[in-house]
Each structure stands twice: as structure tokens, then as C-alpha cells.
Design a protein around this ligand. Structure first.
Ligand SMILES: Nc1ncnc2c1ncn2[C@@H]1O[C@H](COP(=O)(O)OP(=O)(O)OP(=O)(O)O)[C@@H](O)[C@H]1O
Ligand SMILES: [Mg+2]
Length: 333
């Protein structure tokens, strides 16, 4: 179905990885029937938060069409992303939807001057054709992240700080003038003192340039600070999704409540303390029948171990929890 008014429509997407050998291997549902939409009328910052292994990067890679869906569909401005087949179509899509990665020192080759990446991006996307206007495009992009071509020209990655280099990678992503940035833990490798400047940059890009951002993080404090909406992920599922104020100030899902308690005040830069030993729990919990949180949930009921909860729509958000089944008949799945 074509849905032009939405910037992004992610409809019940699932990604199952086969791990291990053919006979001994298992299947791991890294993303399970995830559904969300982003409107095109007002730019927004939508955060994906969840502990390690919850499926955040897999979801980002699915949206970027970097890996194939197992099932479901993804529409970008009404175009089915999964039908992208050739380089030309991919370039057209990537012009609009740009990734920003975690470690800027891995994004750039240490032996290449960083400005060459910016020029190459401008040329590849046909943004500027003559030498002179390319300088203008590159300088504009750098200025929108608080740098300038003069500061960056001729420099190698090690001659810039992590924060500056991450700004350059944001500048590069902005060159094709995208409507959506997908930033996967963009500040976790950046020095703590510089993190807020990058986070503020995202806020500014949304407000001044109208760019929407999918912001992936472990850090609830920065999520609270910059997001409009947040989705809390657990074992591939969105367990709670809605306005960030609601979800983090008055969480409904028992898992979100625990997360909130683990970060008592929104202290910037603080990580969740709810780290669990994934190596032992991972396969078991992914395979669990019923709610993926049942094993750790303080409000667990019999049904939680037997049936996967539906998404209940209440108080401006969706909550995937049996606790709300009786109160609210308005399930959306
Ligand atoms: N290519 C792959 N093949 C098999 N399993 C994978 C693959 N990529 C991811 N996984 C598994 O899918 C699950 C989700 O991984 P993913 O990287 O999406 O989590 P994440 O939320 O981004 O975690 P982190 O916070 O550590 O970055 C994990 O159990 C991971 O081991
Ligand atoms: Mg990840």
C-alpha cells in the first residue's frame, strides 16, 4: 500500500538470523514484528533504546536496506524499501536516508584526508559539479555542524578529536540533504566532555534543518534530552513506545520501570546499570515462549510464560504487556 504522507512506515518487520551449523544451529529472532511510523509534516527525533543485543542495530540495518527482512515491509515516503534492487535505486534512497556510525575513527581511513570523503560524497551524489561549488557544498555542510572547510582542509583523522571527527561524519551525511539520519550510538565513542555538543547538534539539525533522526542509544539521559518519541527494545520487541516524557517519566511496562529506576535522575552520560550476562541468557531468552521479560519481571503472571503479549494502546503509547490486557481492550495487534 502506498502511504505518501509518512516519512517512514515500518510495518511488522521481523528479522530471523540462522546461527550455527545447519543441523546444530538455532534461529534467533533479532527483530520481532516491530511497527512504527514517522510523519513527514514535522521532523522528529525517535530514539531506539535497549540493552545490548536487543536488536537496535539490526533494526537500523533493516531500515537502511543493508540486510534483508524475514517478513514485513518498510516504506520510505510511500516507496517500498525492500524493492530496491540496483545501485541507482540504492543511491537515490541513500540520498534521503543517511547512516551515522558509532566510531568515527572506523568511518575514516587513517591514511586519507577527511575532506576527500566530503568531496567524494558531493560528487557521488551529484550535489556539486564544478570545483568551486563543491567547496561551497562542503563548507556549508561543515558549517552546519559547527566546523568549516578552512579548519578541516588537508587534515587526517588523527589530527581531529573524536568529537570533531564525529561532526565531520555528520557533515558528510548531510551533503546529499537527507530527510532522515539513522545514528547508531553516535556518541558512545566520543569523549564524555564532547558528547553533549554532538547531541545538541542533532537537536539543532532537527529544529533548523528539518531533518528527522532515528537515534540509537543505551543512554536514557541523552534520549530523554533530545527525543520526541522513544521505543524501548527488549529481545527484538518494542515493549513500550510513545512520547519520551510519558515513557520515561511514567513508564508502564515493568521493564521500562526497572530501567527508569536504574537511572534515577537524568544524569547525562550515565549508562544503564541493568547489564545482564548476555552470553548465558541470550539464546534462552530469545527462544522463550511468551513474554521475553517473564523471567525477570517482578509482576509476572501465569499467562506471561505461555503467551506473547499483544501491543496495547493506552495513554499515548503502545505497551506490550499482559498487565494491561484487562484494563484496555484496545489492542492493536
Ligand atoms: N549477522 C548476524 N548473524 C547472526 N546473529 C546476529 C547478526 N547480527 C546480529 N545478530 C544477533 O541479533 C541480536 C541483536 O543484535 P543487535 O546488534 O541488533 O543488537 P543491539 O541492540 O544493536 O546491541 P548493542 O547495544 O550491543 O549494539 C543479537 O543477539 C546478535 O547476536
Ligand atoms: Mg548495536
Amino acid at each position: 500500500m502506498v502511504n505518501n504522507e509518512k516519512l517512514l512506515s515500518v510495518k511488522d518487520i521481523t528479522k530471523v538470523f540462522s546461527i550455527g551449523g545447519l543441523l546444530t544451529g538455532t534461529r534467533l529472532t533479532a527483530v520481532n514484528e516491530v511497527y512504527f511510523e514517522m510523519g513527514s509534516a514535522n521532523p522528529e527525533i525517535f530514539t531506539l533504546a535497549g540493552e545490548s543485543g536487543s536488536g537496535k542495530t539490526t533494526l537500523a540495518r533493516l531500515i537502511l536496506h543493508d540486510i534483508e527482512l524475514t517478513h514485513g515491509s518498510i516504506f520510505y515516503r510511500g516507496t517500498d524499501v525492500t524493492t530496491i534492487r540496483n545501485r541507482k535505486e540504492r543511491m537515490r534512497f541513500m540520498e534521503r536516508v543517511q547512516p551515522i556510525f558509532q566510531n568515527p575513527f572506523e568511518t575514516f581511513n587513517p591514511l586519507k584526508r577527511v575532506d576527500t570523503y566530503l568531496y567524494a560524497t558531493a560528487v557521488n551524489y551529484g550535489i556539486a559539479k564544478s570545483g568551486e561549488s563543491t567547496d561551497g557544498v562542503v563548507d556549508d555542510a561543515l558549517r552546519s555542524v559547527g566546523l568549516s572547510l578552512q579548519e578541516v582542509r588537508g587534515r587526517y583523522p588523527h589530527e581531529l578529536s573524536g568529537g570533531q571527527l564525529q561532526r565531520v561524519s555528520v557533515a558528510r551525511a548531510l551533503i546529499p540533504r537527507p530527510s532522515l539520519l539513522i545514528a547508531d550510538e553516535p556518541v558512545s565513542m566520543v569523549d564524555a566532555s564532547l558528547r553533549m555538543s554532538i547531541v545538541n547538534l542533532f537537536k539543532e539539525l532537527k529544529e533548523k534543518s528539518g531533518v528527522s533522526i532515528i537515534y540509537i542509544t543505551h543512554d536514557l539521559a541523552t534520549a530523554y534530552y533530545i527525543s520526541d518519541r522513544i521505543a524501548i527494545m527488549l529481545r527484538g520487541n518494542f515493549v513500550e513506545m510513545g512520547p519520551v516524557e510519558k515513557v520515561l517519566s511514567e513508564p508502564l511496562h515493568p521493564y521500562t520501570k526497572i530501567l527508569k529506576e536504574s537511572v534515577p535522575k537524568p544524569v547525562l552520560g550515565e549508562k544503564w546499570k541493568d547489564k545482564i550476562e548476555l552470553s548465558t541468557l541470550e539464546a534462552k531468552e530469545f527462544a522463550r515462549v511468551g513474554c521475553k521479560f517473564a523471567g525477570r519481571c517482578p509482576s509476572v503472571m501465569d499467562i506471561c510464560k505461555k503467551e506473547d503479549p499483544k501491543n496495547f494502546l493506552l495513554d499515548e503509547r503502545t505497551v506490550k504487556c499482559h498487565l494491561y490486557a484487562k484494563q484496555f481492550k484496545n489492542s492493536i495487534l
